[in-house]
Design a protein around this ligand. Structure first.
Ligand code: NAD
Length: 452
């Protein structure tokens, strides 16, 4: 179902009318295309407090107009720019309220000039439990980031990355500063240091255009919707994809697999032996496991028969637990592997009529947080989740008009996301360079008001 309001506000009379009436003004977001793979304009590096990251060297300070290749692995500039595409503010050195004022001082003069669909990324430090002043102001950055995300407008996004090691954050910064993260805003992502043994033995030199070259990815529920977009995006990034869906959807799964040069696997993920059957289909192992299959069976709890409860819990949560366990234990998921599960903002905020769905998606969050450190330590595999907000799919096209419009507009970008937005986020988490990103739940919701 096309977003006609977004098309209307993109026209001159539409813009005029909706502005007069005080209605939402969604901006057409710039997404990744092969022709426009990056945002046009400078990436400006600012600093608040005395940073330990050492992003720029002394030479850069002496000649700020030269772009600098920073420890983040990215080209940034410290010279003032008329219309920066992105601003990176290193606030890792902010340790007290006085230096927090430098966050205001750094961004206040430039925020207006950030280009449409531009990016603001604040770099923060992990909260120090031994220093409550540092913890207070580093937590303050979260409220700052989320508030700026809500007011900045014009398709621009604001995110916070808490990091200790600049090198480990390269893939995350690359994603957040690119058009690939168009619908990710108001998020806080923690990046740890990349453990040396989280790298697969068959790793090739990192190719940032096709980082998944030589890797195998399996996406559940990939015959349509978000799963299809995920399979497409992982294939674009070089992966050999396995398109898994229920036997009833086998024809569609084959069509997707054929188009992507992958294979289809007709399998109901709730089958008790699903893990064994996936392992048998992948004798050479698996690098990326995306749990995307999901169903809704909405009813208020008073009217919900047990079958509606159990079918949703079985597809959305129990099968994810079972297959992840089986594929880790059998060693099918190789060292350097990635698990990306699908939560939902309904699992974070709750939703009337969705006690079953909300429970299943919150369960994914618990699974990710508990399993991530152990899976990394024991198997060299990271475990993260995406939590989509309102995404334009067949699932959301079936929502009654009023609720659908509310779902679309109640976020900082005043529009729904597209399947590609969830797919791009999944691809970043699946990137071999993302081994420092573990146990994270990243919302792809345009900074939805729900559960914010
Ligand atoms: P969709 O209904 O369009 O596609 C889901 C796919 O999963 C279908 O192809 C279906 O056949 C498959 N599937 C269902 N049960 C399965 C099973 N037992 N075994 C194997 N495959 C099975 O849904 P979508 O909108 O693309 O959603 C994808 C995921 O994103 C789901 O987990 C959903 O809960 C989540 N999500 C979607 C939205 C949204 O706005 N669309 C929001 C939040 C979360």
């Amino acid at each position: 179902m096309a977003d006609r309001y977004l098309s209307f506000t993109g026209t001159a009379p539409g813009r005029l009318l909706t502005r007069r009436l005080g209605l939402p003004q969604p901006a057409a977001l710039q997404r990744w295309t092969p022709e426009r793979p990056s945002l046009k304009g400078d990436r400006l590096l600012l600093t608040a407090g005395k940073s330990d990251l050492g992003l720029t060297d002394a030479g850069a300070a002496a000649n700020p107009s030269a772009g600098v290749r920073t420890a983040l692995g990215l080209d940034l500039t410290t010279a003032p720019s008329e219309k920066p595409a992105a601003v990176v503010l290193d606030a890792t050195g902010v340790r007290d309220v006085e230096t927090l004022a430098e966050v205001h001082a750094a961004l206040h003069p430039v925020v207006r000039s950030v280009a449409d669909s531009g990016r603001v990324v604040v770099l923060g430090a992990p909260l120090d439990p031994a220093d409550h002043h540092q913890a207070a102001v580093q937590q303050a950055l979260e409220g700052f980031t989320r508030s700026l995300g809500k007011e900045i407008g014009r398709g621009r996004t604001v995110n916070l990355v808490r990091l200790t090691d600049a090198h480990a954050a390269e893939s995350t910064l690359r994603f957040l500063l690119s058009p690939r993260s168009a619908y990710v805003s108001g998020q806080v992502v923690e990046v740890g240091s990349a453990p040396a043994d989280a790298t697969a033995p068959h790793d090739r030199p990192h190719d940032s255009d096709r980082p998944l070259t030589g890797r195998t990815a399996l996406v559940t529920g990939a015959a349509r919707g978000i799963g299809e977009a995920v399979a497409e995006t992982l294939a674009r990034d070089g992966a050999r994809v396995v398109v898994l869906d229920v036997p009833q959807a086998e024809q569609d799964a084959r069509r997707v697999a054929d188009r992507l040069g992958g294979t289809a696997l007709a399998l109901d993920i709730t089958a008790p032996d699903a893990g064994t059957r996936i392992a048998a289909a992948l004798p050479d192992g698996l690098d990326v496991l995306v749990h995307n299959a999901g169903i809704t069976r909405d009813r208020r709890l008073v009217n919900m028969p047990a079958e509606r409860w159990s079918s949703v819990l079985d597809v959305n949560l129990a099968s994810v637990l079972r297959t992840t366990d089986a594929l880790l234990e059998s060693g099918t998921l190789r060292r350097g592997g990635r698990v990306v599960a699908t939560a939902s903002i309904a699992g974070l905020a709750g939703n009337a009529g969705q006690t079953n769905y909300g429970a299943s998606k919150a369960g994914i969050v618990g699974l990710v947080r508990a399993l991530a450190p152990r899976a990394l330590a024991e198997h060299g595999v990271t475990v993260n989740a995406v939590a989509p907000g309102f995404v334009e799919t067949k699932m959301t096209a079936a929502i009654p008009l009023f609720n659908r419009e509310a779902g679309r507009r109640m976020n900082s970008l005043a529009q729904g996301g597209l399947p590609i937005d969830v797919a791009e986020t999944t691809a970043w988490l699946a990137d071999p360079g993302s081994s420092g990103v573990n146990g994270q739940v990243v919302r792809v919701c345009g900074q939805s008001l729900l559960g914010a």
